[in-house]
Ligand binder design. Structure first.
Ligand SMILES: [Zn+2]
Length: 165
């Protein structure tokens, strides 16, 4: 299915947002079919990338340049890709319309809070986030809910969070 979605475009690289199985299920097949470099953030990643990305890297893909943001919490290898000169960001599982991505420990949840505060909320309100699951959303529309979420004491919580909890 992914191959057919490429249409008549010319793939130049595969960039992943993190190495969870539901995000890399087709990776081996796509690498074989496309024979282009795989780019990923190292962290705790289980893949072997051709290029390990760093926070702040710029990646040229055809006419576009992507900015790399390290956004740990959901996983340590989570990154978001912003389209330079545009308002779109591919956010993987770092943030969804209804809440932040799933976390597996209280420590990971605290890292998620830091990522929301220090990285994601620093983006302009007009940023349109394209998550790995569910609908895209305008960041500014979620800003007040995220701020209210960050103002709460969540104790030793981890798992699936919603802005309203
Ligand atoms: Zn994930």
């Amino acid at each position: 299915m992914l191959l057919s979605m490429l249409g008549d475009s010319t793939p130049v690289a595969i960039l992943i947002t993190h190495a969870h199985p539901d995000h890399i299920g087709a990776l081996s097949e796509m690498r074989r079919a496309l024979n282009v470099p795989l780019m990923a953030y190292r962290g705790d990643s289980t893949v072997k990338a051709d290029r390990w990305l760093e926070d702040g890297d710029l990646v040229q893909v055809g006419d576009h340049t992507l900015g790399v943001y390290h956004t740990p919490g959901h996983t340590d290898d989570s990154v978001c890709y912003s389209v330079q000169g545009d308002n779109r960001v591919f956010v993987g599982d770092a943030i969804f319309e209804g809440g932040p991505g799933h976390t597996s420990s209280p420590g990971d949840f605290r890292v998620t809070l830091e990522t929301l505060r220090g990285v994601i909320l620093a983006w302009p309100d007009d940023t349109v986030c394209y998550p790995g699951h569910g609908a895209s959303f305008r960041l500014g529309d979620k800003g007040p809910a995220v701020e209210a979420f960050l103002a709460q004491d969540h104790g030793d919580f981890f798992g699936d969070a919603t802005w309203e909890m």
